[in-house]
Every structure is written in structure tokens, then in C-alpha cells.
Write a protein that binds this ligand. Structure first.
Ligand code: NDP
Ligand code: GDR
Length: 343
């Protein structure tokens, strides 16, 4: 089978239709990058993604392949920590929209690699914005901000006006990236928007994140491949949505005449324990029989409870989440059962 490798010779891609706009996605190999590619291709965009060199180029297209899109997008070599690569890629592609999704995105790891996290998750956004400014280009810019910025929450329901209190090197880095996005908008008139997205999951979620770890664990236990599942703090609560819904909000932000910042959330917050109950329940299992608390997964500083107020996104963008948490958990468990049953 022909493989689309991370090589600029693969550009420009063909999606079979006359391209309307060109979008550049950093983090295209990640969960959101895959779903955003799917959405933009369906809208007739030419989609290009920045990928890091890896000894295993197949990894970069794994999620795109899951969605049947690995031949539909163009992959260009680059790294958010390398300003010169961003300048080269922007000058070559001249995108209409830039979605900056690339990050070291695993909160727990950010205590072990705080400097790398700062350089990629924080400075990466500085680099991309600066590359755009130096080239005097005018693409619309989306920054993947995070509900983690609220951290030790200052209000029970978090909106765009709630003060931030980051609780991890990841969240501190995201906050820097968020404010530089606001600052370049205010300083240079850039069409730069920041989506403050609450947790969103899918079958394409990385296995290290708690929802996917749980649904993979459920599938393993169901199929007799494991006897239990070790987790950390079961009392933390998150406002979980589906990634497919959330990438729509990103695109909608880029279509507004006026850039801005938007909270994207469902407004429903449930504990890890409740998510376990849903996921195990979907497979006909009782989570209390299988889940063990292992302090090795506790974090040095925890974000106890997040719950977002997405009124602005609803009123301005017309965005509402369509997939319920029950549907999300069921889809993830089914996908993991299918994966593990494959030879
Ligand atoms: P993933 O972890 O699935 O994907 C992260 C992406 O960033 C991968 O494509 C990864 O590439 C890429 N990347 C990592 N380091 C670099 C680098 N140095 N240069 C270029 N690219 C790099 O994240 P998600 O898809 O879940 O999230 C997308 C973005 O949204 C992230 O910025 C995340 O922090 C943020 N976010 C996510 C939320 C969620 O709930 N999913 C909520 C709020 C914000 P590689 O494959 O090579 O590792
Ligand atoms: P989060 O997601 O830190 O919210 O960041 P994660 O799924 O890693 O943790 C959510 C909560 O679950 C608790 N938890 C565990 N977490 C993991 N990973 N593994 C466990 O075994 C476990 N047990 C309990 C955690 O303590 C935490 O409270 C995600 C990422 O996608 C970020 O990039 C993004 O910005 C935020 O969501 C919004």
C-alpha cells in the first residue's frame, strides 16, 4: 500500500475537490488533529499538517488512517520548537487558517519534563505567532487553550471571565500561550483566537489519558486479558465532551469576523469514579470489582473539579455539543473491544 510519509514532496495534497482554503494544523497526528482534518476536508479545505521527524513515520498517520484520511492530507516536516521550520512551512503553504494544536499535552508528564513542556506547549505558540508576524502574513490563528488553566478553580462554573490559577507545568505553559495569543491580537491586530476547551475524548484519545485508560481496561477485562485496572484519584471531576463536537467549535471561531476567546464545554461534570461506572457498566461489569486505587498515579497538585460555562460559544458561534457522555463512553468501549479482538 502506498504510504504518505512526513515529507514535503507529498505536498500539495489532493482531496478530489477544488480547494477553497488552505489550513495548516500543528498536532495533526494527535486526537484533535485527526478529527479537525476530517471536518476541514469535508468542507473542501486543502489540509496540511506539521509533523515531527520520527524513526517510525507510520505513527504520524495512525489516527488519520483510523478515519481513512491518511492520503487526503499533506504532511510537512517541522517542529514547534524550531522557528525556522515554521517560517519555511508558512512561507511555502501560505495558509488561510492556522490551528495550533501541537503540544506536550499530558499533564502528569509535565512535572517530569517541565522545561520541554514549556518549550513546546508554551514557546511553541510564541514561535508560530512570531513566524506569522515576521512573514507579514494574515492567516487566522487558533490556539488550543485548556480548562487546565483554571486549575484551582476560582468559581464553581468557569467562563471566559473566570480568573486562571494553573496547577501544573502544563497549565502554566498553556497560560503563557493563551496570553501571547491575546497579546498578538491586541498588539498587532492579528485574527488570533483562543479556544478554552474542556476535556474532550474519543476512541482516538491517547491511552495515557484516564478515559481511554479506563475503556481500554474495560475491554481487556471483558476479554479476559486483564484482571484489574489501577487508577489514581477517583474523586477528581471533569467536564467531558466528544472531540468530534469540539473541533467544530475551533472551526466556527475561525469563521468569525472578530477574533476572541471561547470556553467550549458541556456544563456537566462527573468524577472519574462515575466515568468508570459508565464504561464498566456498558460492558455489563461492576467497576467496584476491578478498579484499584494506586497512589503512583496521584499528581503533585490536583485539579479537583472542572465545569465549563459555554454560553458565549452557544450564543456567538451557535455551538452546542451533540454527543452525550453515555454515548462517548459506549463508543470508546466498543472501539477498544474491536481493537483488542483484532489478530
Ligand atoms: P494529543 O496529545 O493527542 O496531540 C498532540 C500533538 O502535538 C501530536 O500531534 C504531537 O505530535 C504534537 N506535538 C508534540 N510535540 C510537538 C512539537 N515539538 N512540534 C510539533 N508538534 C508537536 O493532543 P489532543 O489532540 O488531545 O489535543 C490537541 C491540543 O489541544 C493540545 O495542544 C492539547 O494540549 C490541547 N487541549 C486538549 C484537550 C483535550 O481534552 N484533548 C483539552 C484542552 C486543550 P507527535 O504525534 O509527534 O507526538
Ligand atoms: P487531564 O486529563 O489531566 O484533565 O488533561 P487526564 O485524563 O490525564 O486526567 C483527568 C483526571 O483523571 C485523574 N486520574 C487519572 N489520570 C490519568 N491520566 N491516569 C490515571 O490513572 C488516573 N487516575 C485518576 C487525574 O488525576 C485527573 O484529575 C487533559 C489533557 O488532554 C490536557 O492536554 C487538556 O488540556 C485537559 O485535559 C483539558
Amino acid at each position: 500500500m502506498e504510504k504518505r510519509l512526513a515529507n514535503e514532496d507529498n505536498y500539495p495534497p489532493s482531496n478530489g475537490a477544488k480547494a477553497m482554503k488552505t489550513a495548516l494544523i500543528t498536532g495533526i497526528s494527535g486526537q484533535d488533529g485527526a478529527y479537525l482534518s476530517q471536518l476541514l476536508l469535508a468542507k473542501g479545505y486543502r489540509v496540511a499538517g506539521l509533523v515531527r521527524r520520527s524513526s517510525n513515520a507510520e505513527k504520524a498517520v495512525e489516527r488519520l488512517r483510523w478515519l481513512g484520511l491518511e492520503r487526503e492530507v499533506g504532511l510537512v516536516d517541522g517542529d514547534l520548537t524550531d522557528l525556522s521550520s515554521l517560517i519555511r512551512v508558512l512561507a511555502k503553504l501560505r495558509p488561510d487558517e492556522v490551528y495550533n494544536l501541537g503540544a506536550q499535552s499530558f499533564v502528569a508528564l509535565s512535572w517530569q519534563q517541565p522545561i520541554l513542556t514549556g518549550e513546546v506547549t508554551g514557546m511553541g505558540a510564541f514561535n508560530m505567532l512570531e513566524a506569522i508576524r515576521l512573514l507579514e502574513m494574515k492567516p487566522r490563528f487558533y490556539q488550543a487553550s485548556s480548562s487546565e488553566m483554571y486549575g484551582l478553580v476560582q468559581a464553581p462554573l468557569q467562563s471566559e471571565t473566570t480568573p486562571f490559577y494553573p496547577r501544573s507545568p502544563y497549565a502554566v505553559s498553556k497560560l503563557a500561550a493563551h496570553w501571547i495569543t491575546v497579546n498578538y491580537r491586541e498588539s498587532f491586530g492579528m485574527h488570533a483566537s483562543s479556544g478554552i476547551l474542556f476535556n474532550h475524548e474519543s476512541p482516538l484519545r491517547g491511552i495515557e489519558f484516564v478515559t481511554r485508560k479506563i475503556t481500554d481496561g474495560v475491554a481487556r477485562i471483558k476479554l479476559g486479558l486483564a484482571t484489574h485496572l489501577d487508577l489514581g484519584n477517583l474523586d477528581a471531576a471533569r467536564d467531558w465532551g466528544h472531540a468530534r463536537d469540539y473541533v467544530k467549535a475551533m472551526w466556527l471561531m475561525m469563521q468569525q469576523e472578530v477574533p476572541g476567546d471561547y470556553v467550549v464545554a458541556t456544563g456537566r461534570s462527573v468524577t472519574i469514579r462515575e466515568f468508570c461506572s459508565l464504561a464498566f457498566g456498558h460492558a455489563g461489569l461492576n467497576h467496584q470489582d476491578y478498579v484499584r486505587v494506586n497512589p503512583a498515579f496521584f499528581r503533585p497538585a490536583e485539579v479537583d473539579c472542572l465545569k465549563g460555562d459555554a454560553s458565549k460559544a452557544r450564543e456567538t458561534l451557535g455551538w452546542v455539543p451533540e454527543i452525550t457522555l453515555e454515548e462517548l463512553a459506549a463508543e470508546m468501549v466498543e472501539a477498544d473491544l474491536r481493537r483488542l479482538r483484532q489478530p
